[in-house]
Write a protein of this length. Sequence first.
Length: 581
Amino acid sequence: MVVYRRLLSISARYWAVFVAVAVAAATFAATDAGFAYMMTILTEIVGAGDDLDERQALIKEWLPLGILLLFIVRGLGNFLSSFGMGWIARTTIKELRRRVFERYLVLPTRFFNQRSSGQLLSKITYDVGQVASSASTVVITLIKDSLTIVFLVGYMLYLSFQLSLFVFIIAPMIAGIVRYLGVLFRRHNKKIQESMGNITRITQEALEAHKIVKIFGGRSYESERFNAINERNRRMELRLLTATSAGDGINMLVSAFGIAGVIYLISQIDLEVSRVMGFITAMVLLMSPLKRLTNINASIQRGVAAGESLFRVIDEEAERDTGTENPERIEGRVEFRNVSFSYSGTNVSVLNDINLVVEPGETLAIVGRSGSGKSTLVSLLPRFYDIDSGQILIDGLSVDEYSLEGLRRHISLVSQEVTLFNDTVEANIAYGGLAGASTEEIRQAVLSANAEEFVAALPDGLATMVGDRGVLLSGGQRQRLSIARALLKDSPILILDEATSALDTESERHIQAALEQLMQNRTTFVIAHRLSTIENADRIIVMEEGRIVESGKHEDLLATAGHYAALHRMQFSDDDARQTG
Ligand SMILES: Nc1ncnc2c1ncn2[C@@H]1O[C@H](COP(=O)(O)OP(=O)(O)OP(=O)(O)O)[C@@H](O)[C@H]1O
Ligand SMILES: [Mg+2]
């Protein structure tokens, strides 16, 4: 019940609403017993025929109004308790969502590598809803129904102790059945949630990759995959349904035995008709709250399963952020000392004993075959991953000694995969910490990124929406916006990972000029496949299987006739081929 305790701790601050809900629910509960009482009286009066005493005459006059009042009170109690509980549930949903989302923002990169975004999405949509609806059902049932039961049972005991005793023999039987069903529910709910996550994941993949699906004839593959998981979900739901409805049936059967027994017992003992009437009314009224109370297990299990899944995320450890250094300005001297790294979950070493010093203002170009570890190397600087051994120093301090914020505010990145937000061009450039930038600064960044021409041609210029992940822009346009964003940040360390790969030679040359100017007084890491973009770097390192195999200036490296010279030769023969072809 840890899950429930934690949920309660979230909603505990709404205790005042809870109290109101409890009062309303108790009022509601009392009306059931009240109704049974009125039935007793009614029978009594009807039985008395015309010779009513004074009290009975008075009651007869007021009974219709009494019943009306009773139901008004009942309706009010019902409304207030349901609404109050719904309010708490919606507020708790909002709070839970916020907590999960906030956690997503601080979780380490490796967390996202290990999970599909579909599953993470379904936690925020499906699981949160499950938790809240189950918790509110449980609370409302616990208060309203159990109180109703208490009142009704009390009244039944008052009417006939013997009969009541008999009725209560059924209760443990029902409890036993319920316990058994609860075990079934718990198992199914976990599976249903998993299959729901898979449905989201597969749909999301198909939506995001819709072009690939179309061109590579993935339709039947995708629909088969989807149908399989969809069917699995149906089967799980059906199993749960079987358990629930069988549970209902069994409960009803047990109740029927009870009623038959009661009727038999009534015929045996001598009981006033009015009392019998009241008793049976109470017993009938007892049934549905009792049923809900026995079904409560399903709700509890549903909530617990979803809650566990949520709290697992909330408890997931955030990025380690124990450093305290947060300098206003840094020089930008970067040093890798015997750095080795492998992605968690694998023991393939992606970087091997890297030693590298980059002086402030130096431009370092990193070349090497695809998969040689270039992106990995630069992703260690902003501490997207923690290294296994060795040290990475910035201005002589280990990156661990900086706070994450203190470290990252000095690093600008144009990554291999451009990520734009479904917002305006302007908001994408002046993103996050850059939100305070003036329009003039943004214009300057756009200009330097050689983006002013296409931005001006957009329907609303800087205020144009770029669409989901920037789909309304071309690849090269997206890349230029992401360069503009990096330029605007104006940080002492700049990482350009294939920053110009989507651009034509002409645009690249334009940006190249701007970038070169930009690189002047900052430490820059440039990764590029097109060697022409890196010939002017202060130094070039060549990577091969996670090691630095060559290092030097363009001319020197060409002269040594090693890896770089080979890459360069290939590049030129490619260009030749392109020109002649
Ligand atoms: N998130 C990850 N989890 C596990 N392994 C990874 C991950 N990212 C990359 N790798 C592996 O690490 C190695 C280096 O990848 P990296 O992205 O650094 O290469 P790269 O030099 O940037 O290649 P490219 O030129 O194609 O961008 C590859 O073998 C890759 O399979
Ligand atoms: Mg890469």
